[in-house]
Write a protein that binds this ligand. Structure first.
Ligand code: IMP
Length: 215
């Protein structure tokens, strides 16, 4: 297996919420990590129709631009009543014509579509967050790690912790939304723990076990 040399890699993301969560998750491991945003790398266009494809596009672009292994995250929220939408288009639903993002607007759009479908109880409002992490080396060698968390969508949004759609997502078995949880609660995992909660922590745990020596 190809090694991550000198404990150095790039986080292929410009999303502040994801970068914050990755830096929390990576903290115990002592790697030298820079983000694509710090390095002012251009953001490639996400043209894939699967999380894996977009994760690859981002990681490959950053690995080629820097000569370092790159780690990317493509993620999104999939609502059962909307046949899995917004899915890979989760960020797009929040994007305004000037390129800025309005997540309240995106959550409201999701809510309106759920109402049109008559989706009322938690069972009809079932949704999952999906995260695919891609590790890509400059020569194109690639690995994927996937994490998912089941839950349901609530309205109105609750909590201002977290980012994106966190205020409307209540994970199964919890009374609070991700927006009402601290980062530690939302990840639900640190090295040595058996379980992780969030989709990102579940994917990261697999990556950390395969690549960072986590137990
Ligand atoms: P992309 O991976 O850059 O296409 O963006 C994924 C989008 O999914 C983000 O912009 C968020 O809106 C949403 N998302 C992904 N992960 C989370 C999360 O942990 N909490 C809330 N929203 C998320």
């Amino acid at each position: 297996m190809k090694q991550i040399e000198n404990r150095k890699f790039v986080l292929a993301s410009h999303n502040a919420g994801k970068l914050r969560e990755f830096s929390d998750l990576l903290k115990p491991f002592g790697y030298d990590v820079r983000s694509a945003a710090d390095l002012e790398l251009p953001e490639p266009e996400e043209t894939g129709t699967e999380f894996e494809q977009n994760a690859y596009i981002k990681a490959f672009a950053a690995a080629r631009a820097t000569g370092l292994p790159a780690l990317s995250d493509d993620s999104g929220m999939c609502a059962d009543a909307l046949n899995g939408a917004p899915g890979v288009y989760t960020a797009d639903w929040a994007t305004l014509p000037d390129g800025s993002r309005d997540f309240y607007m995106a959550m409201e759009k999701t809510e309106n579509l759920l109402r049109e479908k008559g989706a009322e109880g938690p069972e009809q409002r079932r949704a999952r967050f999906v995260c695919v992490i891609c590790l890509c080396f400059p020569d194109g060698e690639t690995e994927y790690y996937r994490g998912e968390v089941e839950g349901h969508l609530v309205w109105p949004p609750r909590g201002d912790l977290g980012f994106g759609y966190d205020p409307v997502f209540q994970p199964e078995g919890y009374e609070r939304t991700f927006g009402e949880m601290t980062a530690e609660e939302k990840h639900g995992w640190k090295p040595g723990d058996e379980h992780a909660l969030s989709h990102r922590a579940r994917a990261f745990k697999k990556f950390a076990q395969a690549r960072l020596g986590a137990s």
